[in-house]
Design a protein around this ligand. Structure first.
Ligand code: GLU
Length: 490
């Protein structure tokens, strides 16, 4: 048997973290078994489905590296196929037209509520005579299609995550609506029905989805039986919870994969983290792995039943690990969109008319080398490199205090003088200038370094000083900053 699994998102919103995590588990399971991962867009809800959400879902899956083997299939293009399937159930007497009005259903629900019962349809139109049906139609009532569910049935399956699951037919709310009313013929088919029709047609062997679908599974098993199809295996994956143990929601600042992208997470870091949301590898000390590596080990025996807590610190830590080992040229590519979004100018943005120096690719890569090890999220590069993209810097309190230290101005003046003979600064020349100033002015090297840092960056902490200086020198900003710092100090 070839394993065939699917992810079946509804394009009623951007790709959600929960859906994406379900996609990860499907992908891992398919790859582990050398099977197929299929993408199906469940867009039968015409009012809420939007093409831009479909685009966002496809882009998100691609970005995460969750490549699919078949699809995307669109349910909206298969409506005739579903209508035929509805008709078959009607013809076999396994489904029927129900003419109960919404007012009648409401009255029924009220009465049930008053008796302290759970709301359910009472199957009142299950055995209408042709005359009764004709009478309802003559009244102009519209109909839905209901599938018969026997109250006495016990539905049992062996869930790959949760073990033996069992439901009573009487707990499924009465005969279920599989198609809504519509002008022509069999009506608009609904989720629980089309999902089964498609999973049969696409020969899905394992249905892997969130545990919020458990009640649907009981209903769907009855539909598989009615359609004479083999019932697939089911695996219901745990919900993602916030740190307080409640279902993760928009209030937690987490919504879609594109939000995570904007927040500066790398695809590899995020997908690695999602793999660990409910699954642990056999060697539980191993936390960093690619999707391919995880796929080798993946199985449902190591997927938890309990909800998976979303841990931002761990995600940040994993993300930083990926950033720190990304090669400079690739990391530069990843950072460019964040700098652009911040309005930073580079690639030919001339800053010094005389020397025609530019923030070019080589300069950017040098900057990336300088800051890469201190990035947790890609977006951190924006504040951390701001001083290299603005003409002047703001002085922090500590920076100002440093500039007012005894000897600081003289040190900076010494550096300015030394720079006059050094249009293009090299690392060795920079070191030499510092040494020379220490010697000439008989001051501690620490004073020179701290004063230089305050002058160039406005602050007393920051990335490697010599490298920062070289970067500023290349774009012609070091001298102007030194001069301004001398003014600031006096
Ligand atoms: N369209 C459903 C959802 O997005 C799919 C559920 C399933 O996998 O069957 O929740």
């Amino acid at each position: 048997m070839t394993v065939r699994v699917r992810i079946a998102p509804s394009p009623t919103g951007n790709l959600h973290i929960g859906t994406a995590r379900t996609a990860v588990f499907n992908w891992l399971f398919a790859r582990h078994h050398g099977g197929k991962f299929i993408l199906r867009i469940e867009d039968t809800d015409l009012e809420r489905s939007r093409p831009e959400y479909t685009d966002n879902i496809l882009e998100g899956l691609r970005w995460l590296g969750l490549n699919w083997d078949e699809g995307p299939f669109f349910q909206s293009q298969r409506l005739d196929f579903y209508k035929e399937a509805v008709q078959k159930l009607l013809d076999q007497g396994l489904a029927y037209r129900c003419y109960t009005t919404s007012e009648e259903l409401e009255t029924l629900r009220e009465a049930q509520k008053a008796r302290g019962e759970a709301p359910r349809y009472d199957n009142r139109h299950r055995n209408l005579t042709p005359e009764q049906r004709a009478a309802f139609e003559a009244e102009g009532r519209s109909s839905v299609i209901r599938f018969k569910i026997e109250d006495g049935r016990e539905i049992v399956w062996n869930d790959l995550v949760r073990g033996k699951m069992s439901w009573r037919g009487s707990d499924l709310g009465g005969d279920m609506v599989i198609a809504r009313a519509s002008e022509e013929g069999s009506g608009q088919p609904l989720y629980n029905f089309v999902v089964v029709v498609d999973d049969i047609d696409m020969q899905i062997t394992h249905v892997i989805r969130g545990e919020d679908h458990i009640a649907n599974t009981a209903k769907q098993i009855l539909l598989y039986e009615a359609m004479g199809a083999k019932i697939p295996e089911f695996a219901h994956t745990p919900l993602i919870l916030n740190m307080e143990g409640r279902k993760l929601s928009k209030r937690d600042g987490v919504t879609s994969i594109s939000d995570f992208q904007q927040m500066g997470f790398t695809a590899e870091g995020l997908v690695n983290y999602m793999t660990l949301l409910g699954w642990s590898p056999p060697d539980s000390t191993q936390e960093i792995f690619t999707l391919e590596e995880a796929a080798k080990e993946f199985g449902f025996e190591r997927v938890n039943k309990a909800g998976a807590k979303f841990d931002w610190d761990k995600l940040d830590w994993l993300n930083s690990q990926y950033i720190h080992k990304t090669p400079v040229d690739k990391l530069t590519d990843l950072l460019i969109p964040y700098w652009q979004a911040a309005g930073y100018k580079f690639d030919g943005g001339r800053v010094d008319a005389e020397r025609l120096l530019v923030r070019d690719r080589a300069w950017l890569e040098q900057l990336v080398t300088l800051i890469s090890q201190s990035l947790t999220r890609l977006v951190d590069a924006v504040p951390q490199s701001q001083l290299f993209f603005t003409d002047t810097v703001e002085f922090s309190d500590e920076g100002s205090t440093q500039l007012k230290q005894e000897g600081s101005t003289a040190v900076l003046e010494g550096i300015v003088t030394a720079l006059e003979n050094q249009p293009q600064l090299s690392e060795a020349a920079a070191q030499e200038i510092i040494k020379q100033v220490v010697k000439e002015q008989k001051v501690k090297k620490g004073l020179v370094m701290r004063s230089l840092r305050a002058a160039l960056t406005g602050d007393v902490h920051g990335p490697d000083l010599i490298q920062s200086w070289l970067l500023l020198n290349q774009i012609g900003l070091d001298k102007s900053r030194l001069s301004r710092a001398i003014t600031e100090a006096n």
